[in-house]
Design a protein around this ligand. Structure first.
Ligand code: FAD
Length: 461
């Protein structure tokens, strides 16, 4: 491990308000852990920032000491870029302020906030912006990669709702970026991940929602998978923007509304959220019930913040995870057959293949309007291998890779940058497609030495 001189660390601490953790500190191991237990790295130092000025100090210290830097928001990134070996982990997770202006329908959010922190504050005023589906995910990483969830068909990607940011740049400077200020940087940050600087504040557009929404699950038997998924593909082609229906194929968790005999058996789940009048939503989702002979359903009007936590128990921190993802502009028979084949051989009960449905407002923005460019993606498929013991690594990763390769011929352009694993640096240019060249130019301008390289890295060459 890199040996830093004690005197240099002490000098750094003088101007740093948060905690600085060394491997010998009691809290070090807890703080360096991230969501994906596959990632086991040991930074030389962790700087737990509590203010933008702390972030500036940390960047300057890393520069002076020639340290590799990683940036941690919510710590959910599957590739594990939040933590590095031997370098400086800039931990933003203590910066949790959210300020909502209900009249302007805007929120200012600090980079340590989880989706749950943001949703809870905004929903106090019956407001929300599109975020992801697991409340413990970080707002920062999700937003900087694009961001999508139940509200995206109605209100677009998370980045489509970003109004401005405060950024600490690679030279330790502080700038603001928006459509009218440092526009090029703002263009790059909306999808370009952590490549251009450290965002210390996000300003979002909010929209009226709920606070109760019609949402929940319908669970079908796996032997009806072909018919259910075929009807799902047809239905989602034309459903209104207020409605989102995602499909999840996996083994049944012990959900109380399912007969015990179904627990542990393969199932097809349709997850539903209607972002409008629940009575209208009820009429629209009625055809879904006829897709097969459901094992059970749990659909009702519930607080949006509760629905945003519905998948949390299946996505807890600390398990070993490996993902592979494709975008699809349509879901045809080949893709559906491949999903069914591989759900038939799930290596552990926690593994799943899910199909998130976007389109609607996400598709109405020009691909070159910002760094995130996959505007033709209607479905984002993720094969989520998840298990507990290192002994199962090889088997589970092989299953995910095999499914990925077999389903590739049916995929469309691009891939969601936030779903790329550690070993997928070769897919970054493909992920950005039309915007990649401009991103390289921007990287040369804002980070020519590739100071920020623990990310889905856009190299300045
Ligand atoms: C269980 C689970 C569910 C998910 N569901 C969804 C979903 O529904 N929709 C969706 O869009 N995505 C989803 N994701 C993917 C998620 O968007 C990414 O994992 C994202 O990177 C998480 O952000 P984070 O802040 O938690 O991660 P971190 O690991 O902390 O950060 C990820 C990377 O972002 C960069 N970064 C973080 N903070 C900053 C900052 N302030 N300034 C500059 N760069 C920064 C860094 O490069 C860092 O390495 C999910 C992930 C998980 C694990």
């Amino acid at each position: 491990m890199k040996q830093l001189q004690r005197a240099k660390i002490d000098a750094f601490k003088v101007h740093f308000r948060g905690d600085v953790l060394l491997p010998s500190d009691a809290a070090y191991d807890e703080v360096r852990q991230i969501w994906n237990a596959m990632i086991e790295r040991k930074p030389a130092l962790i700087a737990r920032c509590v203010s933008p000025e702390d972030v500036v100090q940390a960047v300057k210290f890393a520069r002076e000491q020639n340290l590799l830097v990683s940036v941690r928001g919510g710590g959910h990134n599957i590739a594990g870029n939040a933590v590095c070996d031997d370098g400086l982990m800039i931990d933003l997770s203590l910066m949790k302020g959210v300020r909502v202006d209900p009249n302007a329908r805007r929120a200012t959010v600090e980079p340590g906030c989880t989706l749950g922190d943001f949703d809870t504050a905004a929903q106090a005023y019956g407001l929300a912006t599109p975020l992801g589906i697991n409340s413990t995910t970080g707002v920062a990483g999700l937003t900087l990669g694009g961001g999508f969830g139940w509200l995206s068909r109605k209100y677009g990607m998370t980045v489509d709702n970003l109004l401005s940011v405060d950024v600490v740049t690679a030279d330790g400077g502080q700038v603001q970026a928006s459509e009218t200020e440092n526009e090029d940087l703002f263009w790059g940050l909306r999808g370009g991940g952590g490549n251009f600087g450290i965002v210390t504040s996000f300003e979002f557009q909010l929209h009226p929602l709920g606070p109760d929404v019609l949402s929940g699950l319908i669970v079908f038997p796996f032997d009806e998978a072909k018919s259910v998924l075929t009807q799902f593909a047809r239905f989602t082609e034309t459903m209104p923007d207020d409605l989102s229906v995602w499909a999840v194929t996996r083994k049944a968790p012990p959900l109380p509304f399912l007969p015990e005999a179904v627990h542990g058996k393969e199932i097809v789940v349709l997850a539903v959220c209607y972002a409008g009048d629940p009575a209208e939503g009820e009429k629209l989702i009625e055809p879904l019930r006829g897709f097969g002979t459901a094992h059970g359903e749990h659909i009702g009007v519930q607080p949006y913040t509760a629905w945003q936590q519905a998948f949390d128990p299946l996505l807890t921190r600390g398990a070993r995870n490996y993902w592979k993802s494709h975008n699809f502009s349509q879901l045809g028979e080949g893709a559906i057959d491949t999903i069914i084949e591989y759900v038939g051989t799930l290596p552990t009960p926690q593994c799943e293949i899910f199909i998130g449905t976007i389109g609607g407002q996400t598709a109405r923005i020009a691909p070159e309007a910002m760094a995130y460019s996959s505007r033709d993606a209607k479905y984002v498929l993720n094969v989520h291998a998840r298990w507990e013991s290192a002994a199962e690594d090889e088997r589970c990763i092989a299953w995910a890779r095999e499914f990925f390769a077999k389903s590739q011929p049916f995929a469309s352009r691009g891939v969601y940058i936030n779903f790329l694993t550690e070993d997928e640096a070769g897919r970054i240019a493909f992920a950005y497609g039309a915007t990649y060249k401009r991103l390289v130019e921007l990287k040369k301008k804002y980070d020519p030495t590739n100071f920020f390289r623990m990310n889905q890295n856009i190299k300045p060459v």
